[in-house]
Each structure stands twice: as C-alpha cells, then as structure tokens.
Design a protein around this ligand. Structure first.
Ligand SMILES: [Zn+2]
Ligand SMILES: [Zn+2]
Length: 351
C-alpha cells in the first residue's frame, strides 16, 4: 500500500539556466549555490518546510501549511529582488515559483504524485520573478497573505495535461521586471536600521524579515526584563553590525543571545542546535522603526504572565509545540520539554 498525505508543495526553478551556464559556467554555478543556500533554504527553514528534492537549478519543498508555503514563495522572490538590487548586478538569477496543495505519495524521503506534478506545472507557468498558484491554494490563503493574485483561468502546460485553474502575481508592463523588483529609492527605503540604547552596536539589515512574533518564554522574560519579548527574524546573511559587535551569551545549551557590552541592551537570539540557524532573531525594539514589524504569533505561552491579557487572535503556541525547539533539544539529548530551560543539565555523554 502506498502511504499518502496532504501537503502544500513549492516548486522553484531558475529562468533560462542552461543559457546562463553556457555563457558563464563558473559564475552561474556559484550564483546558484548562493541563491539556494542563502535565500531558498533560509526561507524554507523559516517557514517550517522541508526541501525534498534538488534538481540542479530547481528545488521542491513541502509544507504542512498552505499559508506558510505561499509566504515562503513571497519571501524568496522578495529577498532575491533586494539582493540583486543591493549587489547592483544586472545579470542576477531569476526564479519562477509554483505553489500547489494536494495529495502526495510518500516514498522514503521523496514525495511524488499529483500535488508535486501540479506545483511543477504551475512553476513553469509563473512569470520570471513571480509566483503562480492553484485555485485550491488561492482559496486557502485568501486574505492571509500579503500579495495580489490575478485569475488567469484554466490553463494546460502540455496538451496531455489536465487543465489547472491558475492564479498568478501580476507584472509591470516591462516584462523583464518581476513582482518585487525595486528601484534604488525603494531599496534605500527597504534598508532596515537599528541600534542598542547607547549606540555602540549599530545594525543594518538588507533582506526582508522572515517572521515576527511575541515570545513569553521564561528565558526571554529574564533576558529582556519584560513580560515578553517582541522579535523579528531575518536571514542571517542580510544582517550586519557596522560598528561594535554584540557580545554573545549561551542562554541555554541550544541558543545564544547577543547584547551590548556597554549598555546591556538585549539585541539578538540565535538557535545553534542541531546546526547554527540560517536566520537571526533581532529583538524588534532595537530597530529604528519597530512599528513596521508588528508581531504575528505568540510563542512560549506556557510562561505567559497571567495578568497579561492578549486581545488579538494570532496563533498561540508553547515551546514544547515548536518543531525547531524539539529538534534542537533532542540533539543535545533532552527530548522531554520538562527538562528544557536556561540551566538544563545535559546528559553526561554530552558534557
Ligand atoms: Zn549599547
Ligand atoms: Zn523566548
């Protein structure tokens, strides 16, 4: 019997890859490596997805949430546009991205079936720098993602295919422009800045945030001296400290936190297990425009102060429910949430 499940699938592929390779093989391959590892992987990881196939110039990733899958696709295209403009390169790689949701067949770590095929066809129908999704994806994400999609009707990729009802991101009249291609002025506007209280540590971020939230966990409470932290996660490769570096403190066996060694401001959080995370969390209040980074989720709910009333309807999770924390603590030999914490005692074998 074949094992099946329902999954949201993201298919991404480089536009005109073969032609680019024949023009400049070394340059294209190193640009591809950077694109996959510093942009695509970071976004997939941040949206709790998994890459299950790399096909040279393309990847396939699965997500348990359709909203997360579409937000990942948006994050990738936006990061690519900002990265290309920031680097001032005319010949940067472009991606087409397709998102589907449907039945898939599990075969070891690979996934096959209609859901995967549909994502690949949608990808082929997307514009360069754009995103194409199925009507099912559209229905599940309407009003929940920050993007406008146009109804393109039923389309076939090949004559033999079943038609798919396609929705695509619109393009500017200039067909070479993707959805998130910014001009210089818009880019300068996108550069995110911040600092600690005394100004010794200055922060510049050149890539858009991955996610935002509140954390009510005990460690955030102690570290920030507040009932909860507010945080914004960025791809690590987009964050620069232009003056003094933060000082880092191992706040538990699985994470390190950065602070200003002069004024003590809480600045960063980074998971270091099972591997150093490809994203860096900045405490939102150290940004110069914190009002632009409204939190969207509540984490660490097991330690929420009982006198704090939450009036929004954002998702609320405990630390024990976080897959990233489960993986991190399991990797240091402490899979049970009751053993987690700042002063967690590691099993002897790991000490
Ligand atoms: Zn300072
Ligand atoms: Zn926390």
């Amino acid at each position: 019997m074949m094992e099946r499940k329902l999954a949201a699938i993201v298919a991404a592929d480089v536009v005109g890859f073969a032609g680019l390779v024949s023009k400049d093989e070394d340059g294209t391959l190193s640009a591809l490596d950077q694109l996959i590892n510093q942009i695509v992987r970071v976004q997939v990881e941040a949206h709790r997805g998994r890459i299950f196939k790399s096909l040279g110039d393309g990847i396939l990733a699965e997500f348990t949430s359709t909203v997360e899958a579409v937000n990942c696709a948006i994050g990738i295209q936006k990061s690519l546009a900002m990265d290309a403009l920031g680097a001032g390169s005319k010949e940067h790689l472009r991606l087409r991205i397709g998102v589907s949701v449907g039945d898939v067949v599990i075969q070891g770590t690979d996934l096959l079936g209609d859901g995967v095929n549909a994502a690949a066809r949608l990808q082929a129908m997307a514009d360069a720098g754009g995103i194409a999704v199925s009507s099912e994806v559209m229905a599940q994400t309407r009003g929940k993602v920050d993007i406008a999609l146009e109804d393109c009707g039923h389309k076939k990729f090949k004559d033999s295919d079943e038609p798919i009802h396609v929705f695509k991101t619109g393009q500017s009249k200039d067909g070479t422009k993707g959805l998130f291609d910014f001009d210089e002025e818009a880019l300068a506007d996108q550069l995110i800045k911040g600092s600690c209280l005394c100004g010794s540590v200055r922060i510049e971020v050149s890539l858009p945030p991955i996610s935002t939230g509140y954390c009510h966990c005990r460690i955030c409470q102690k570290f920030t001296g507040s009932a909860m932290s507010t945080w914004t996660a960025f791809p690590l490769s987009g964050v620069r400290f232009t003056d003094k570096e933060p000082q880092y403190f191992a706040s538990s066996p699985i994470a390190e936190r950065g602070f200003c060694s002069v004024c003590g401001s809480s600045l960063t959080y980074r998971l270091v297990r099972p591997n150093p995370a490809a994203y860096l969390v900045l405490f939102t209040s150290c940004l110069d425009t914190p009002e632009k980074f409204a939190p969207r989720v509540h984490g660490g709910m097991e330690s929420k102060m009982h006198w704090l009333d939450i009036l929004d309807d954002f998702p609320r999770t405990t630390c024990a429910e976080s897959r990233a924390l489960q993986d991190a603590w399991t990797s240091v030999g402490l899979p049970e949430p009751k053993n987690w914490g700042a002063r967690a005692k590691l099993p002897d074998v790991l000490n």
